[in-house]
Design a protein around this ligand. Structure first.
Ligand code: ZN
Length: 358
């Protein structure tokens, strides 16, 4: 007959209670205090079982023959005692007592499961940008070049790419100064192409270093520092991997997780199909600010007046206003891919006043 930890409660006791043990034996439940000074007997017949405690799952025994006594059993193993279970009068309350525990246990299990599922999702949500960045950083340069090449092939099929020596010289003049000053990853070679569209004042860079410059832009710039400004900005989108960041940001949680734990096969197939998404994509405001800042540094290192970048934005704004007057906004115009120009002009002016003492 195993004894179970219990406490006997009675108002006559000095502390109102006594620690001790309860055991089922013969035809009764017997409580013996730890110091063996007190014992209380409760016959099975007429034994009352209630559930008490904060969670309503602690068995309490009472009997009319032991007046005022309550035996609180801390050890629930008593509930499965065969002697107790054999008492028809107790069967219902024992079942209820056992059930209350099972129900609580299930509740805890469900709670733990919900936590186990939501915690990683919460972490993913909180650290999404960091996760995206770490995945972007892991994309090999060869993959990047492949994606860019596909986008470039698609663009080449749509645009009239020209080989005009004057335009080419205009671009080369600037890129020969910029390229030695950029953080170009190993294995990547920038290539600049000229597309004939006199009404489009834009340049467009794809991952892997494929850059398309429209004749509209080449005709409108008034000095080479302005062209250098735009090109340095576009180059910065490539070196900072903004397009790859866009693609990875658009991925679902499952692809992110599998890429994160090192299974890059899903990521690679998504990347392989992403070249179309690159054409006409918009960058976030943060990416644009970063591209402006990186371009600024490149211009300064190249000994080119960095005010060219802001001047370019201003020419552009005027041109766009003219076009907007005629409701002719080109799909690939700078403002359609680069919003908030006003703000960026103001920011660059601020930078100029801080860094240039002229
Ligand atoms: Zn941009």
């Amino acid at each position: 007959m195993p004894a179970h930890r219990a406490q006997g409660f009675h108002q006559s006791l000095p502390n109102g209670r006594l620690p001790g043990y309860v055991a089922a034996q013969g035809s009764e439940l017997r409580f013996t205090s730890e110091d063996a000074s007190t014992s209380v007997c409760m016959p099975f017949s007429g034994l009352e079982l209630k559930l008490g405690g904060m969670n309503g799952d602690v068995p309490e025994f009472r009997h009319s023959s032991a007046e005022g006594w309550v035996l609180v059993v801390n050890d629930r193993a008593l509930l499965t005692d065969p002697l107790l279970a054999a008492q028809p009068a107790l069967r219902d309350s024992l079942k209820k007592a056992a059930g209350s525990k099972a129900w609580r246990g299930m509740l805890i299990a469900v709670g733990v499961m919900i936590l186990l599922i939501t915690l990683p999702l919460l972490a993913l949500w909180l650290y999404r940008q960091e996760i995206v960045e770490s995945i972007v950083n892991k994309i090999p340069v060869e993959t990047e070049i492949q994606i860019g090449k596909m986008a470039w092939e698609a663009m080449k099929a749509e645009e009239e790419i020209i080989d005009d020596p004057n335009f080419k010289a205009q671009v080369d003049d600037v890129t020969k100064l910029l390229l030695p000053q950029i953080n170009k990853p190993n294995g990547m070679e920038f290539q600049f192409h000229i597309a004939r569209k006199d009404d489009v004042m834009n340049a467009f860079a794809m991952p892997g270093g494929y850059v398309v410059v429209y004749t509209g832009l080449l005709k409108k710039v008034q000095r080479k520092e302005q062209l250098a400004g735009v090109l340095a900005h576009e180059i910065a989108h490539v070196t900072e991997r903004h397009a790859l960041n866009n693609i990875v940001s658009s991925l679902g949680v499952s692809v992110l997780v599998s890429a994160l734990i090192g299974d890059s096969s899903t990521l690679e197939s998504v990347l392989a199909g992403s070249s179309e998404m690159l054409l006409g994509q918009k960058f976030s405001r943060d990416a644009e600010t970063e591209a402006d800042d990186v371009a600024w540094e490149t211009l300064v290192r190249s000994n080119l007046d960095p005010r060219g970048l802001r001047e370019f934005f201003e020419i552009l704004q005027k041109e766009e206003e003219k076009l907007l007057g005629g409701l002719m906004k080109g799909a690939l115009s700078w403002l359609s891919t680069h919003p908030a120009t006003e703000e960026r002009i103001a920011r660059l002016r601020q930078k100029e006043s801080e860094h240039l003492s002229r």
